[in-house]
Design a protein around this ligand. Structure first.
Ligand code: PLP
Length: 288
């Protein structure tokens, strides 16, 4: 690929973008990130992504020299410099604590963060779920206990997604020790029960506060749909009328099978469809 990427203030060819082997993001996953969707060459939910980034930095005591306007300008510049084929895709941005001699002890309080960002081509809106959806397998959630912080410590999520894929599934939903579903490997998880309630786990250290989730709940409210934020079990999920996931990189995508049990009719359910369409419409209107 021949992208122009951003690294510490400079726009350069991707093959020229180099970072020190002493970057703490590389050595300790001492870094946080955001992924923002781009539709019609405009940014979706951008202010909320920057809010969450600030919170991730605060939780890890990483120096926050983030300036909203300059990050917005950088994201816009990356869109301009890299032509998205369908005018849609993703922008990945990572902020690490910085480059310093390897040590478990974080001694120096003035380490300068390393910031980089790049674009990724992805079709987001024009996906036909009329005859398709995701097959999910449930797996134990053995990640650390601060899943509310968006760190780059993602090894378990990538290994378990790969294992799911090898077993013929599209993704895994991660369950806690009490049998409740926390979230997907890189998305939030929802079911719709027999009374048309949309159920998703309430926010805590057990899951990432998804930005798509936040907007989606507002959209559901506008549509006068009933939302219950509470834990739900695998059993409840298997009995549900509809199920779906949300993330910046999928927006909203239907789940049609959980642990080899069919959900709904094997395609996008009516409530999921309305949510997806309305989410896309409202997000486009509010994009920047
Ligand atoms: N949960 C996890 C573990 C994630 O990694 C992600 C996104 O990467 C999400 C949920 C969804 O978050 P968002 O809607 O902000 O993309």
């Amino acid at each position: 690929m021949n992208r122009i990427v951003f690294l510490n203030g400079k726009y350069i060819q991707e093959h020229e973008a180099k970072i020190s082997i002493f970057d703490r993001g590389l050595l300790f996953s001492d870094s946080v990130y955001e992924v923002t969707a781009v539709i019609d060459n405009k940014l979706i939910d951008f202010p909320s992504h920057i809010e969450r980034l600030k919170n991730s930095l605060k939780e890890l005591n990483i120096i926050n020299n983030i300036n909203y306007e300059s990050l917005l300008k950088m994201h816009k510049e990356l869109i301009k410099k890299n032509n998205f084929s369908y005018e849609e895709g993703l922008i990945y941005m990572q902020v690490s604590r910085g480059t310093i001699e390897r040590d478990f002890l974080i001694k120096d309080k003035d380490i300068k963060p390393n910031i980089f960002a790049f674009t990724q081509e992805k079709k987001l809106t024009n996906i036909n779920f009329k005859n398709s959806g995701l097959k999910i397998i449930t797996k134990p959630d053995i990640r650390w206990q601060r899943k509310d912080i968006k760190t780059t410590q993602l090894l378990y999520a990538t290994l378990i997604k790969t294992e799911a894929f090898k077993m013929g599934f599209d993704d895994a939903w991660l369950i806690d020790n009490d049998g409740f579903i926390n979230e997907g490997t890189s998305n939030n998880a929802y079911i719709i029960d027999n009374n048309n309630n949309i159920i998703t786990r309430d926010l805590s250290n057990k899951l990432l506060p998804g930005i798509t989730r936040k907007t989606l709940l507002e959209v559901a409210n506008k549509l006068k749909l009933s939302i219950i934020e509470k834990p739900f079990t695998v059993k409840e999920a298997i009995k549900s009328n509809e199920a779906f996931i949300s993330s910046a990189s999928t927006l909203i995508a239907p789940v049609i099978n959980i642990d080899n049990q069919k959900i709904g009719q094997g395609n996008i359910g009516p409530i999921t469809e309305i949510l997806r369409e309305t989410y896309i419409k409202i997000s486009k209107n509010n994009s920047i």
